[in-house]
Each structure stands twice: as structure tokens, then as C-alpha cells.
Design a binder for this molecule. Structure first.
Ligand code: SF4
Ligand code: SF4
Length: 396
């Protein structure tokens, strides 16, 4: 086969650079793989089709990866298999190392065909959706949201989906309403905010990630930002765990943590929600990758009228929605993890499937399409339920 870069690629030819890239990304851990197969057992792909991350890791460690195959792009980076591997193999790091090689050859097979356009959108406009940078804060018009200035309590980093996606803009509006009601002094970056870069990095676009990160870091430093509020667990992960690689450390708080803090300190009073059964979906990058499980449940527990029920896969065992490192790739019906999750929510009798991540919301809303009215629970972000409970509190 021939790459877009015009070089001839022979699938049978080992890629010595993959061995080097994998070593660099995951150290020597993959040498310790004793082929137990536990990673394949827990991988959500094997609930919908065959996929072996064990094989991907094994082939990479031998320099035998076939970068023209879809398998290289299948991992959502959900974090389930690394947390169960008895030998500490970094499956995600290995997968990203292979994608870096594929990206350097411009090889994007199957569902990954959409990735280069996303990379170009990010490089040009600072968001994956290709929307104009100058319209990044159009959602906030008329809400009284100020530009961030030094000395403010919080920078609200809205994120790309909250800024441009009509469904997620509702979450940004709900967040603003909550912050204003709690008397939090906050501001936004507006058109100077760029994508955090976390998800494009997982596609192997390291240079795009670094450009975005540097832009954001400069914006934070220039304005004297100390504490950053995020709606997306992916922004959280980038600021907390990846930007420090660039020698900066900012305090980052996910909205689920802030809500728990505001409720605990009496700055927010939540009461009189309509009686509803809700279930909470742990986003991979909030739960497994960053250990935040209790705060969202505590917040839900403070809204009288809500009854929280757990689905079969919860906390560290949460079922990935199918987003993460695959958020911009189409997955055919019948292979979508989000469909399984909605079925689980329905099976436990939930009226509302609550979560705290724009990717999860997008995937769940997509899965709701085509289902009969009353057959699928509503899908809500935690902030939307809290904002609604503020309205209830105001009722006579
Ligand atoms: S769980 Fe770890 S040791 Fe077992 S096959 Fe997978 S990578 Fe290898
Ligand atoms: S990180 Fe998740 S999606 Fe990726 S291989 Fe492991 S279990 Fe499967």
C-alpha cells in the first residue's frame, strides 16, 4: 500500500520505529506481558465485537504493527484494561505510540478518516468542530458573563462542546446560572480559549496538542489564572495530568467537585426536585483516570426527591460511552457502547441517566435517537439537574 505521504508501506515489514516509540511511551513494561488475556476480557469492545488489545500490544512490541488496519484506532483509551493488567503494561501509551507513527505517515483507515480534518480544525480555529474562533463565547451573550481578570475566584474553562455544540451549550448556561446563584466571582477567556488538546493527543497528533496547550498556558499565565473550573473530564485530565509535562501547574476543579464544595459550604441550597429515579454514569476520564466518584453522587444525594440507583457497571467498573480517543470516529449501530449503557439505565428503571462529560452526553443523546418515546431515560448533565433544583427552590 502507499501512504498519503507517497511512501510505499509493506504490512509485512516490521517498523523498528514502532518498537522505539513504544519503548519511549510505555517503557519496557510491554516486555512483561505474559499473554494472560485479562485486558481482552475487560475491554468493552468484546461486548459488541472481537478485538484484542493484547494482540495490538504484542505486535507493537515486535515491530509488527499494521498501521493500515482499523484495530490501531479502536481503543477509546477508557482505562479499564490498564487498571486490571497484572504486569503494569501501558496499553493506552502503546496504542497512542502506534497512532503517532500512523499519523506521521498520514495513514487513517476506516473510521479514522475523520481525524485529519479534526486536526486541521484544531490548528486553524482552536476547536475540533471547525467553528470560528471569534464565536467561541457567543453562547454567553446576555448572561452577564465577564472576561476573566486577575483576582477573580475562578476561570471557567468552557471547553469546545460547551462553547459550540447546541446540546452542550445548555450545560454551559446551567453552569453559569449555578455560579451566579452561589456568588462565585468568575470569568471566561472567550475567543482566547483553545481546545485543551487532550483527545487529539490520543490520536497521535502530538504537535497539535502542544500548540493548543501552549496557547492556553499563555492565556492562563498572562491573566494570572490560579484556579480553573472545567465541565469536561478531558479538560480536567489535560490540565491536571498532561500540562505539567510542559512545566506548569494550575489548580483545576471539575464542576462535580465544585458543586459538592458549594453544597457542603452552604453556598448552594438544593431542594424540592420532582420525584425521579436517576442513575449516574461515571465518565472514564473523571472516574477511572482521576478517581472522582463520590462528589457527583453526593450532589445528587442533596436533592430531595431524587432516588439514586446504580447500574451494573459503576465506579471503577464503569462502561465507556465510546468517546475518549474515538470521539470523532463513527461507530456503526450495533457496536456502540452507549446503546448498552442506555439499556442498562432502562433496566434499572431510571427516569434520568445523569453524567458529567460532554462526550458521554453526546454519545447518549445519539443513542436515544430512534428509540420510542418513553423507552429511553432522559440524558442530563449533573449541572442541569442542579440548575433545575435551584428553580424548584425558588418556587412558592
Ligand atoms: S492483561 Fe497485561 S499481562 Fe495480561 S495479556 Fe493484557 S497486557 Fe499482557
Ligand atoms: S483502554 Fe479500554 S478500550 Fe482501550 S483497549 Fe483497554 S479496555 Fe479496551
Amino acid at each position: 500500500m502507499t501512504s498519503n505521504a507517497g511512501e510505499t508501506l509493506d504490512a509485512a515489514t516490521p517498523f523498528p520505529e514502532i518498537i522505539e516509540a513504544v519503548k519511549k511511551a510505555g517503557g519496557q513494561a510491554n516486555r512483561f506481558c505474559f499473554q494472560c488475556g485479562k485486558c481482552d476480557v475487560v475491554c468493552p469492545w468484546n461486548r459488541v465485537r472481537n478485538f484484542s488489545i493484547r494482540r495490538v500490544v504484542r505486535e507493537a512490541s515486535l515491530g509488527l504493527s499494521e498501521i493500515e488496519l482499523d484495530e490501531v484506532w479502536r481503543c477509546t483509551t477508557c482505562g479499564t484494561c490498564p487498571s486490571t493488567c497484572p504486569r503494569g503494561v501501558g496499553q493506552i501509551e502503546v496504542g497512542v505510540a502506534i497512532r503517532r507513527i500512523a499519523t506521521s505517515y498520514d495513514v487513517f483507515p476506516g473510521a479514522a478518516r475523520s481525524v485529519p480534518a479534526v486536526g486541521a480544525n484544531l490548528a486553524l480555529e482552536g476547536n475540533p468542530l471547525g467553528q470560528p474562533r471569534g464565536e467561541r463565547d457567543a453562547w454567553a451573550k446576555g448572561l452577564g458573563v465577564k472576561p476573566f481578570a486577575e483576582g477573580m475566584e475562578l476561570l471557567y474553562f468552557v471547553g469546545c462542546y460547551g462553547s459550540y455544540d447546541p446540546r452542550m451549550q445548555k450545560v454551559a448556561v446551567a453552569t453559569v446560572k449555578i455560579l451566579q446563584r452561589a456568588g462565585v466571582d468568575f470569568g471566561i477567556l472567550g475567543s482566547d480559549e483553545s481546545c485543551c488538546g487532550e483527545s487529539i493527543r490520543k490520536t497521535g497528533h502530538e504537535a497539535v496538542f502542544r500548540t493548543l496547550a501552549k496557547h492556553n498556558i499563555k492565556a492562563f499565565v498572562d491573566r494570572g489564572v490560579k484556579r480553573i473550573l472545567v465541565s469536561s473530564p478531558h479538560c480536567y485530565h489535560a490540565f491536571k495530568n498532561e500540562y505539567p509535562e510542559l512545566m506548569v501547574h494550575f489548580e483545576v476543579v471539575h464542576v462535580a467537585e465544585l458543586l459538592a464544595e458549594l453544597v457542603a459550604t452552604g453556598r448552594l441550597a438544593l431542594r424540592r426536585a420532582p420525584p425521579q429515579k436517576v442513575t449516574y454514569h461515571d465518565p472514564c476520564y473523571l472516574g477511572r483516570h482521576n478517581g472522582i466518584y463520590d462528589q457527583p453522587r453526593r450532589v445528587l444525594g442533596t436533592i430531595p426527591g431524587l432516588a439514586l440507583v446504580e447500574m451494573p457497571d459503576h465506579h471503577a467498573g464503569s462502561l465507556c460511552c465510546g468517546g475518549g480517543g474515538r470521539i470523532w470516529m463513527d461507530t456503526p449501530k450495533g457496536e456502540r457502547f452507549a446503546d448498552l449503557r442506555l439499556a442498562q439505565a432502562r433496566a434499572v428503571g431510571a427516569d434520568v441517566l445523569v453524567t458529567s462529560c460532554p462526550y458521554c452526553i453526546s454519545n447518549f443523546e445519539e443513542s436515544r435517537l430512534g428509540l420510542e418515546e418513553g423507552d429511553a431515560p432522559e440524558v442530563k448533565d449533573l449541572t442541569e439537574l442542579v440548575a433545575a433544583a435551584l428553580d424548584e427552590a425558588e418556587a412558592p
